[in-house]
Design a protein around this ligand. Structure first.
Ligand code: GLP
Length: 225
């Protein structure tokens, strides 16, 4: 792993670990994609070494495909990269694809304490594509061409990439008490700058994060705010 990617992965893992230690019943919103892989590697290591106790925590996947083979789902990704290495109870692993009333469930568990999000090149957060209203809660979406192209390599071609997904809405994510946005790779620089240097609006969903009171942005590249 390149040094700066290692650093942001460690920092994100540390924030999750601190949250878990200070409040063992914490609820987390967790992303998939290439960016969080390093974070999950660190958390998986610490969990296997018994340094983290997930027995009272809840984890909510941010989003998932609706029409993907099981091994391509984000539920599978989170199992594989994180959950199976931890003592997080199976019944505390939530996914919007297989759970009705996701927002109600999150509220019943006390709300999200810490949510980690990545960013798509078109500014999407989870699967909130450009144009998604700020007031949106968990909903189904049609994926944009750009998002499908970005994920084509995982499916062996654009034709095999699902067209439907389900995602926490921007309001679900904004209601998390803490937010960490992680971005890796120079190809994300332009959208990070557009999201945080310019105005706020649904055309660039990530720009809505400017309104969050406890947002940390971690990137492995320099950018101008
Ligand atoms: C996907 C996910 C997002 C993720 C984004 C960036 O479409 N739904 O939650 O943040 O793409 O992914 P990556 O980290 O692979 O660049």
């Amino acid at each position: 792993m390149a040094d700066r990617y290692k650093e942001i992965s460690l920092e994100t893992a540390q924030a999750i670990a601190e949250q878990l230690r200070s409040k063992p019943t914490s609820c987390f919103g967790l992303p998939t994609g290439r960016t969080p892989v390093g974070t999950y590697e660190v958390l998986a290591d610490w969990s296997r070494q018994g340094k983290l106790d997930w027995s009272q925590a809840c984890c909510f996947a941010l989003d998932d495909y609706l029409d993907a083979p099981e091994e391509q789902t984000f539920a599978f990704f989170l199992e594989d990269h994180l959950f199976k290495h931890t003592n997080l109870p199976k019944e505390n692993r939530f996914n919007p694809r297989i759970t009705d009333n996701y927002d109600r469930l999150i509220a019943m568990q006390g709300g999200l304490d810490l949510t980690v999000v990545g960013i798509g090149r078109n500014g999407h957060i989870a699967f909130n594509e450009p144009g998604t209203p700020a007031q949106s809660y968990t909903h189904c979406v049609w994926l944009t061409e750009s998002t499908r192209v970005a994920n084509a390599q995982f499916f062996g071609g654009i034709d095999k990439v699902p067209v439907h997904a389900v995602t926490m809405g921007m309001a679900t994510i904004m209601e998390s008490r803490k937010l960490i946005l992680i971005a890796s790779g120079e190809h994300k620089k332009e959208i990070i700058e557009d999201s945080f240097a310019d105005g706020i609006g649904p055309t660039v969903p990530a720009s809505l994060l400017q309104l969050h009171k406890n947002l940390t942005i971690l990137s492995d590249f320099d950018w101008q705010q």
